[in-house]
Design a protein around this ligand. Structure first.
Ligand code: FMN
Length: 403
């Protein structure tokens, strides 16, 4: 078919996406506790690669083991994973998809199951007592070291044959903590004015480019806003996007929110809003001054909604996450003109923490199935997944507390 979802998109001299459907990052949590990659991730991405998406973004790959979002993330703090990164890139890209490594550090959003001593720009804890500790403010030299770690991870992706890398600058993780005046109370060159708060992400983008090549696609995922009073605003977001564009960023993915306000999952949605994608209005605002390709993620469920979003001129890539865990072939179907709405599997029992974990582990359970060669199971039992994972996390929390 030739329509606005099937058009190719060139990001760099070497990287052209074959179409406009992007699988957004979903943390797979499939490694051992050292962050070592094995055949499971390769198998999962081989399956997704067969599904026809133009872009596959990995779940967050972590630059420091004490900054994992979950105990079983990929950690790149040396080159021991390089042979498996190569197999990962090969499997994902065998049928034409382009693979991007999302690079992250959880900062203050590092759970106690990972460490009781997280680091962050400032000592501002996530408002979920019991799950997160008060973080220690980073020293200047540690910030410089972290910038180099993000660049190192990008250089590993480049060496392994990934098409690009993505700085995770959204969802309240470390980069996002530097950007927000609610979590960055620093008075040095990394805090205060927006110019200072965005220094961390700009230096990461610069260091990544230096460590890779002009032909490697460097992208970022950025919050349209924090959706918290006094936080990172949509005006700030546009200014950061402009600055990233000036650094030569090849694509920007727009999302929003944090653990305290999970707008990325639809939590900040105005009930009167007609559009299915949560951040389309923000993308349109950004498009007024930002020329680089924009990907918008969150809420897309119908082909008509995607085509309508493409028509605005503000959305170059349609980002989709949860439905890819329920059906790995959605891109192919959408590209072939199938109008069946996409499925997701969220459950609500009404207690936020409980719901978040229930859903996270259910999606990860589907990824685990694909990673072991099975197909997803839409009626996979949620409470069984919850019970299984709670046991594991309790073990990790106790191990970290008493080690
Ligand atoms: C299980 C799960 C894991 C996720 N992990 C990540 C992640 O590692 N990095 C990220 O940027 N977003 C992550 N997300 C958020 C998605 O990328 C996306 O922004 C969100 O699910 C909204 O898109 P959707 O409505 O198409 O699902 C995750 C979402 C889910 C459900």
């Amino acid at each position: 078919m030739t329509d606005a979802l099937n058009e190719p998109l060139t990001l760099t001299e070497d990287v052209t996406l074959p179409n406009r459907i992007g699988k957004a990052a979903m943390s797979e949590n499939l490694c051992d506790t050292e962050g070592t990659i094995d055949g499971k991730l390769v198998k999962l991405y081989e399956r997704w690669g067969r599904g026809g998406a133009g872009m596959l973004i990995t779940g967050n790959v972590i630059v420091h083991r004490d900054g994992r979002t979950e105990p079983h993330n990929v950690v790149l703090d040396g080159d021991r994973n390089l042979p498996m990164l190569k197999r990962w890139a090969e499997a994902a890209q065998a049928d034409g998809s382009k693979l991007f490594m999302q690079i992250n550090h959880a900062g203050r959003q590092t759970m106690r199951a990972v460490t009781w001593e997280p680091v962050a720009p400032s000592a501002v804890a996530v408002k979920r007592p019991g799950v997160f500790s008060v973080p220690r403010p980073l020293e200047d030299a540690e910030i410089e070291d972290l910038i180099e770690r993000y660049a190192f991870a990008a250089s590993q992706a480049y060496a392994a044959g990934f098409a690009g890398a993505q700085i995770h600058g959204a969802h309240g993780y470390l980069v996002s903590q530097f950007l927000s005046p609610l979590t960055n109370l620093r008075t040095d060159r990394w805090g205060g004015s927006l110019d200072n708060r965005m220094r961390f992400v700009l230096e990461i983008a610069r260091a990544m480019r230096k460590a890779t090549s002009p032909t490697f696609a460097i992208t970022a995922k950025l919050n349209s806003a924090d959706f918290q009073r006094g936080g990172f605003s949509s005006e700030d977001s546009v200014l950061v996007a402009q600055a990233l564009e000036a650094e030569g960023l090849n694509l920007l993915e727009i999302s929003g929110g944090s653990y305290e306000k999970p707008a990325m999952m639809g939590a900040a949605r105005e009930s009167t809003r007609k559009r299915e994608a949560y951040f389309l209005d923000y993308a349109e605002k950004m498009r007024e001054t930002v020329k680089m390709p924009l990907m918008v993620t969150g809420g897309f469920r119908t082909r008509a909604g995607m085509l309508e979003a493409r028509e605005t001129g503000a959305v170059d890539v349609v980002g989709i996450a949860r439905p890819f865990a329920v059906d790995p072939d959605i891109a192919r179907r959408l590209l072939d003109g199938d109008e069946t709405p996409l499925q997701q599997g969220d459950t609500k029992v009404g207690v936020r923490l409980f719901d978040d974990l229930l859903n996270l582990w259910w999606y990860q359970g589907q990824m685990e199935r694909m990673a072991s060669g099975q197909e997803p199971l839409p009626d996979l039992g949620k409470f069984g997944m919850l019970a299984r994972n709670l046991g594991g996390v309790t073990k990790h929390v106790l191990a970290r507390r008493f080690s």
